[in-house]
Design a protein around this ligand. Structure first.
Ligand SMILES: Cc1cc2nc3c(=O)[nH]c(=O)nc-3n(C[C@H](O)[C@H](O)[C@H](O)COP(=O)(O)OP(=O)(O)OC[C@H]3O[C@@H](n4cnc5c(N)ncnc54)[C@H](O)[C@@H]3O)c2cc1C
Length: 351
């Protein structure tokens, strides 16, 4: 069941303006902001139930620096670019429209007429589209410790996640850069992959007696003092340089990244963020959602790293799929109510 206006492109749904004036140039059941694993998965599942879907995507996924995507069953080792192209093609095959650009602002009509659009989204500050439901899947931005040389090697041999790329550095000489309480557990996770692990206490807390005993039992060396830089040789990370000038050869360095959810439309939509705290360390602010991805703002769903930094590609795709299905069911309830009301009006005229 579809509302009449649903597929009409160029229909102005009588929205409150967001920051951009000008006509609405497209009207969709669902607009998805962010075309990574979460957003594209939601778009595909909704389109396969014949929903009109637009994905607005700026094209910079979180894992862009990585050479391959791991742990995504059936597609092991494909590059992020290859995987994104497959996702776009699969979604487009079911009629999903994809707009390259940045969603710069959003407008909300809190109580739209049944079947009408509740949201407008402005793309690149000039084009506006309208949507009955909105999915935010904008991901997050990683913040690296400010150490010369780290950024250049990020995603290659400067790593954060043992599950994403630990296997690729197995048996190598690994250094764990401590900047907070997470580092001790990261050390154990990477020790499972290599016998040669060094913890650099850097700006993190001194290891507890229990942690020192664990490190000693596992042959993990602790190097106290601040790290000044990481060095590269022949296009690979080669060593960690301490502030006192000592150079310690390493092939990979593990960091704890800070991260901030990409919040471009959060304020416009009145969404609440909450701190995510792990082991006493605030890792960033994220959108809270229910198991279907619904936020506390009616009509807005969210999925992927915007809701948690720990989600891998497969989790993000799963969250997107759950949200896509939930948005379709939510629209279906509204469409069925519209159809029943029209049916009753017709029946009343006949009787
Ligand atoms: C270096 C590195 C390597 C990783 N390797 C792996 C791995 O091997 N395996 C694994 O499972 N996970 C890996 N991850 C984690 C993985 O990147 C995330 O799980 C995944 O990207 C989350 O998907 P997402 O759809 O939530 O966000 P993203 O993939 O980040 O996609 C978000 C999209 O939204 C777009 N966007 C943001 N704001 C806007 C806006 N306002 N308007 C329009 N578009 C917007 C972005 O440009 C981007 O295209 C890695 C992470 C990093 C940092």
């Amino acid at each position: 069941v579809k509302a009449d206006a649903m597929s009409s492109v160029g229909h102005d749904a009588g929205m409150t303006d967001d920051s951009t004036t000008g006509p609405v140039v497209g009207f969709y059941d669902i607009v998805v902001v962010g075309g990574g694993a979460a957003g594209m998965s939601a778009a595909k599942i909704a389109a396969r139930s014949r929903r009109s879907v637009l994905v607005v995507d700026a094209g910079s996924p979180r894992n862009a620096p990585a050479e391959g995507v791991h742990n995504y069953l059936y597609a092991e080792g494909k590059t992020p670019t290859e995987l994104a192209a497959i996702g776009r093609a699969e979604a487009a095959g079911y009629g999903v429209e994809i707009a390259a650009g940045v969603a710069t602002s959003a407008g909300v009509t809190p109580t739209p007429a049944p079947g009408d659009a509740r949201f407008t989204v402005t793309i690149d500050g000039r084009r506006r589209v309208a949507a009955r439901r909105l999915l935010l899947a904008t991901g997050l931005v990683d913040e690296l410790p400010e150490i010369p040389g780290l950024r250049e090697r990020w995603g290659k041999d400067v790593l954060h996640c043992p599950f994403c790329h630990g296997w690729e550095v197995r048996d190598q000489s690994i250094g764990v850069l401590s900047t907070g309480p997470m580092a001790a557990y990261q050390t154990l996770l990477f020790r499972a992959l290599s016998e040669d692990v060094v913890v650099f206490t850097h700006t993190g807390p001194a290891p507890t007696d229990e942690q020192r005993e664990q490190f000693a039992a596992l042959g993990v060396r602790v190097v106290d003092g601040e790290v000044a830089a990481v060095q590269t040789a022949d296009g690979r990370l080669s060593a960690v340089v301490m502030a006192n000038g000592r150079v310690i050869e390493r092939q990979a360095v593990v960091v704890t990244t800070g991260s901030s959810a990409r919040t471009d439309l959060i304020d416009d939509l009145g969404l609440d963020m909450s701190d995510l705290e792990v082991a006493g360390q605030v890792l960033g602010r994220y959108l809270s959602v229910d198991p279907t991805g619904a936020t506390t703002t009616a009509g807005v769903w969210a999925a992927g790293n915007l809701t948690s930094p720990a989600l891998q590609v497969i989790d993000s795709a799963a969250g997107g799929a759950a949200a896509g299905a939930a948005m379709h069911r939510n629209l279906l309830d509204e469409d069925t109510a519209i159809a029943v009301a029209a049916h009753r009006r017709r029946a009343a005229v006949r009787s």
